[in-house]
Design a protein around this ligand. Sequence first.
Ligand SMILES: Nc1ncnc2c1ncn2[C@@H]1O[C@H](COP(=O)(O)OP(=O)(O)OP(=O)(O)O)[C@@H](O)[C@H]1O
Ligand SMILES: [Mg+2]
Length: 276
Amino acid sequence: MSVAQRHPRDAIRDLLADLKMPGSLEAVDGILREIDGGRLAATEAISRLLTAQVSLRNNRRLQAAMRSSRLPAVKTLESFDFAFQPSLKREQIESLHELNFIERKENVVLLGPPGVGKTHLAISLAIAAAQRGRRVYYGTLIDLITSLEEAQAAGHLARRLAVLTHPSLLVVDEIGYLPINHAGAVLFFQLMNRRYERASTVLTSNKGFEEWGEVLGDEVMAAALIDRVLHHCHLVNIRGNSYRMRAHTDLYRSLQAEGDRDEPVRRSRRSKPTGH
Ligand SMILES: Nc1ncnc2c1ncn2[C@@H]1O[C@H](COP(=O)(O)OP(=O)(O)OP(=O)(O)O)[C@@H](O)[C@H]1O
Ligand SMILES: [Mg+2]
């Protein structure tokens, strides 16, 4: 029986299967029921049918990216609480998540003290890119340098540099926490030099640029690196409190409240907490 002779509903299912659209196929019966019940207009129905497929595809892409990109966690823009970090310009962060910076091969640098969400936002950018089908890769500075050193020792530095230059988005996390030796800094410079104007990098650091010379153990190389990174760059300076400490502060306060209820007399004799 040709598609035209079949019941239109069966034909739709066959077409979706033929087009390899399992997300839409799974959603179609529910959507048709809502149309029958008069609860869904045609444009909304088409949109829901297509959205179901796009969501499934994005999820699959995300799962594949989580395996290949070494992203340490799933962090998204939706789960980021902007109210907690008022120094951040929400529009800037949302517009970065539209990912035009990747088309333009620009960089993003997230600076700020511990716990303010640098890694969270770096990952959420990488996840957004992965869901759009971009190749992404995550590493801390130390991990990336270690992998380059190992490749160098094994005689395939060029190959490793090529592999790390390939992703449309590379996250270099935690610049500044651990000291790196001069050879490591040279390797990192080589990597960033390769990626310069070829592909985007998201870098995070707890240190301002003026301290990168110390981090890399070489002021001249650090200046050349910063020059390349900043040439086409979106700078996000986060000045705020640690989200990790927020959890501790809540715990601390609730423990205090419990203590106040249980031991009113003894507590009142204790010295006041300093607030640290
Ligand atoms: N504004 C926020 N809304 C929701 N979760 C947040 C926010 N900021 C941070 N977090 C969460 O708090 C934890 C610490 O944040 P994150 O790891 O991004 O900090 P960081 O700036 O990278 O810190 P560090 O410099 O120590 O690496 C993570 O679990 C992150 O998801
Ligand atoms: Mg971090």
